[in-house]
Design a protein around this ligand. Structure first.
Ligand SMILES: [Zn+2]
Length: 192
């Protein structure tokens, strides 16, 4: 399984896909130091930023940017899944992140870490299934978190999973890889 360490080519590809211009050559100082970074910052979504050291400059001035944490990406993906369940009219859609049990929040966060390590949609699904079984969930025709034991229709083999559920795992994987590439305002310490 490959690494998804961000690289300038991926950022340039994102810019190209979004129809954004890409210029390089901005000299800059590494955030928190007086050292000059030897990597050329790129213009990305209206801000100069550096993929190597986190330097960024916008109309507001120079600032440090940071990556989203695994937990923050988990929150985004959680609401994405909730929306998908809502659109498909599935019973017992995931609750708000703030009322989602911590053991389930931690599960999503671990899935984010696995996707970043290169897990395929099928491997992500099989990890999810193993963790759900570990928590005591069993197969049932309808999702029912209040049943004793709780039931879920997706506790089957990957090949038995409906295509729209397999695609949900693909969408999760792709969302994680996309969000992991982004820079957002703020320091890494602030997100810890
Ligand atoms: Zn730099």
């Amino acid at each position: 399984m490959g690494s998804i360490d961000p690289d300038p080519e991926a950022t340039a590809a994102m810019n190209a896909a979004a129809g954004l211009p890409l210029f390089t050559g901005r000299r800059h100082t590494k955030p928190g130091t007086t050292d000059q970074c030897n990597y050329d910052a790129a213009l990305y979504r209206g801000a100069w930023s550096c993929d190597r050291c986190g330097y960024a400059a916008t109309a507001d001035g120079e600032r440090t940017m940071r990556r989203l944490t695994d937990r923050e990406i988990a929150i985004i993906c959680h609401y994405n899944a909730q929306g998908y369940q809502d659109v498909l009219g599935q019973p017992a859609p995931a609750p708000s992140w703030h009322t989602f049990p911590e053991e389930r929040r931690a599960m999503v966060e671990r899935q984010v870490a696995r996707a970043k390590r290169g897990y395929s949609p099928r491997e992500l699904f099989e990890s999810w299934r193993a963790e759900m079984v570990e928590l005591g969930w069993v197969w049932g025709p309808v999702k029912d978190p209040d049943a004793k034991p709780p039931t879920h229709p997706n506790l089957v083999d990957w090949d038995q999973l409906p295509l729209w559920e397999q695609n949900k795992d693909s969408a999760f994987q792709q969302a994680v890889l996309n969000y992991a590439l982004m820079w957002v305002p703020g320091t890494a310490e602030a997100a810890a």
